[in-house]
Design a protein around this ligand. Structure first.
Ligand code: THU
Length: 138
């Protein structure tokens, strides 16, 4: 079966890119998360003059969905302003694995060329709740 094209989700990620707050890096990233209930949550990266306080677009979108009570993310589209398709930072991979382990990840360059992947492919051998549960059981 053909995979869905997620056209609305991709369009939302491009909108999120335009709305990003990135005055320091000027590297605007956009993300959009599609939930099982059919809602789309956008997020752009949000920077801060205290640089490490910055939050990436992927986490803004995922946290926004979770803040609205959503728990099942079907797909996450991410747009970077690059010629080559880029892939999420390590921190976002960790968050993605916990908050959206079964989602389809759609990575797009600025022209809309896309590559698809999964949270487990992005972060093999990731740390998760299993490790915490194991330690508690000891
Ligand atoms: N950034 C993201 O929002 N997502 C990524 O996947 C990589 C990096 C942001 C963080 C920072 O605001 C800017 O891009 C430059 O690193």
């Amino acid at each position: 079966m053909d995979q869905p094209d997620y056209a609305d989700l991709v369009a939302a990620a491009f909108t999120a890119c335009d709305l990003a707050y990135a005055p320091y890096s000027r590297f605007q990233v956009g993300a959009a998360a599609l939930t099982a209930s059919g809602r789309i949550f956008r997020g752009g990266n949000i920077e801060n003059a205290a640089y490490p306080m910055t939050v990436c677009a992927e986490r803004v979108a995922l946290f926004s969905a979770y803040a609205a009570g959503e728990r099942e993310i079907i797909a996450l589209a991410v747009v970077t302003p690059t010629d080559e398709v880029a892939s999420p930072c390590g921190a976002c991979r960790q968050v993605l694995l916990e908050l959206a382990p079964n989602c389809q990840v759609i990575l797009l360059n600025k022209a809309g060329r896309q590559q698809r992947t999964t949270p487990r492919d992005l972060l093999p051998h990731g740390f998760g709740p299993t490790q915490l549960e194991e330690a508690r059981g000891r």
